[in-house]
Design a protein. Sequence first.
Length: 107
Amino acid sequence: MVSVSVKEACVKEQALGKLSEDQIEAQLEKFPEWAELNGQIQRTFQFEDFDQSIAFVGRIAEYAEQVQHHPDILIRYDKVTLTISTHDAGGITHKDFELARTADAMM
């Protein structure tokens, strides 16, 4: 008996499939604060102070561990930059935009 349903397998395959430039551009229209940079998507979040920046990073880290998809994180006092790509796919996937959506919602 297989524990993963056909639907789950299709969702996983879709999430890991590298997106075309047209697909990336279409997704970025839904995420105006994000930009493509060298085969990754990136956004810098602004906070009032260092404590808020670190609290945000903690929330991102907890989510990233749950879904096993980890962004590169740069912390600069009141700014946090997330850079996301799917290394296994060699570029940007739907999984990256799901992480971006979740990060935006954590603000």
